[in-house]
Design a protein around this ligand. Structure first.
Ligand SMILES: Nc1ncnc2c1ncn2[C@@H]1O[C@H](COP(=O)(O)OP(=O)(O)OP(=O)(O)O)[C@@H](O)[C@H]1O
Ligand SMILES: [Mg+2]
Length: 419
């Protein structure tokens, strides 16, 4: 098979790394890819949201399968376009992807099926939104309805802060159209875990759970980022909780999507929180997570292409998916200034000095006359497996300390709470 992977982050490097091992795959194109995917296939310099050029690429190069990484392309309807051309594609249609691209829609569907989630109300009118939020207890959570690259959520500690977040989104339009509508929801307290269902429209197979770290600094201080690292499995998620996640949340949501005419094929991502009142949904996404993918695919023994084909052919229930029991820890190395502005083109050293079984997935890297330089905010995800979390954590940090670029920073506390 000739496979086209869309995206250029560490998630897509991990997908490319995994399918490169498949005996079914003979050629991989990655658009746009990065310095890490360059060694596994052909990087094609087309942005992940340039739908027209991606469609043309898939047709011209006669690819047999497209795997879509990022949400923007899904929300823009790339799957519908490829399906219309009979090109097999792994990912949900535009309407199904609304489970991520409209938080208001997601809340409405959850409420209609009594899927446990924070009580909420949706507003498109600023004054009404402010009035409602002022009648609620703080902290209160303000969410832009649409896609906002992980920056659309504010946990307001006071009514004043809530009002200013509502103003930013609804009046100043800092998220563009994505913030014209907002969801205001109750704050939930607990530990968060991400779960994933490989979905074939009707049924799903659960992947392993994982935890990610969104804040930039140790101890969950500082601004939100795209994700600074993570670990799998989470120590607080047992079999019974996973079974609850499947039967009370993931399968009911898949049913709800199908029954509302939006059968979901691809990866349904449940952002869950374990509260005193039980398991609740924080959000759904319509694709694999980053950095979770970098933690999960190394633990997957089964050929990922077999999983994808089972989803596309409506037989996910018929295959057995085999996972390694190892613990896994991933640490993201970021550019100086990230998640604010940062320089590019910094020379990266030390990657030739990694232990054999350490995995390094690239995101913001590129090759500059053959040598590897930074090219984004998050630069690398360094991943180690171990027989237990302590071992995996120790090994990942030993190797992280051998990598250098000017101003590189990373969190020191990834997976610390699991030990
Ligand atoms: N009701 C809530 N109570 C407490 N914390 C919340 C709540 N909703 C969101 N959060 C926090 O804000 C983070 C981001 O929220 P959410 O996942 O809805 O936004 P997102 O921008 O779609 O995230 P992602 O980039 O992961 O898709 C959550 O991981 C969680 O830590
Ligand atoms: Mg989301």
């Amino acid at each position: 098979m000739k496979v086209l992977v869309i995206g250029g982050g560490a998630r897509e490097h991990a997908i490319t790394w995994k399918i490169h091992q498949s005996p079914k795959v003979s050629e991989i194109l990655i658009a746009p890819g990065n310095g890490g995917t360059a060694g596994l296939g052909e990087n094609i310099s087309i942005a992940a949201d340039d739908i027209e050029s991606l469609i043309k690429l898939a047709v011209d190069r006669q690819v047999d399968l497209v795997i879509v990484g990022p949400e923007d392309a899904l929300a823009a309807g790339i799957v519908d376009r490829l399906q219309a051309l009979q090109i097999p594609v792994f990912g949900p249609t535009q309407l199904s992807a609304e489970i991520e691209s409209s938080k208001a829609f997601a809340k409405q569907l959850m409420e209609s099926r009594s899927i446990a989630t924070a009580e909420s109300k949706t507003f498109s009118d600023f004054e009404l939104a402010v009035n409602y939020s002022e009648a609620q207890e703080t902290p209160i959570v303000i969410k832009a309805d649409g896609l906002a690259a992980g920056k659309g959520v504010v946990i307001a500690q006071s009514h004043e802060e809530a009002k200013s977040a509502l103003h930013d989104a609804m009046v100043s339009s800092i998220f563009g159209d994505a913030g014209k509508t907002v969801v205001i929801e109750r704050f939930l307290d607990g530990l968060e875990a991400s779960v994933f269902g490989f979905c074939d429209g009707k049924d799903l197979a659960m992947a392993l759970p994982a935890c990610d770290y969104k804040r930039v600094f140790d101890g969950d201080e500082g601004l939100n980022t795209g994700g600074m690292g993570g670990y799998s499995p989470p120590e607080f998620v047992n079999q019974a909780l996973m079974e609850d996640a499947r039967t009370q949340i993931m399968q009911p949501m898949l049913d709800a999507l199908r029954e509302s005419g939006r059968p979901f094929t691809g990866v349904l991502y449940g952002g869950l929180i374990v509260t005193e009142g039980g398991l609740q949904v924080i959000e759904f996404n319509a694709r694999l997570g980053d950095p979770e993918t970098q933690l999960l695919l190394p633990r997957l023994n089964t050929d990922f292409i077999d999983v994808v084909e089972a989803c596309l052919e409506g037989r996910i229930r018929e295959i057995s998916i085999d996972w390694r029991t190892d613990s896994c820890v991933g640490v993201v190395l970021a550019s100086p200034g990230y998640p604010g502005s940062y320089p590019r083109g910094l020379s990266i050293k030390g990657l030739d000095n990694m232990d054999d079984d350490i995995l390094v997935f690239h995101s913001g890297t590129t090759l500059d006359e053959g040598s590897l330089v930074t090219n984004g905010g998050r630069v690398l995800t360094v991943v180690a497996l171990g027989s237990n979390m302590h071992d995996a954590r120790q090994r990942v940090y030993e190797n992280v300390r051998r990598i250098e670029f000017d101003g590189m920073h990373y969190r020191n506390d990834i997976a610390a709470r699991a030990i």
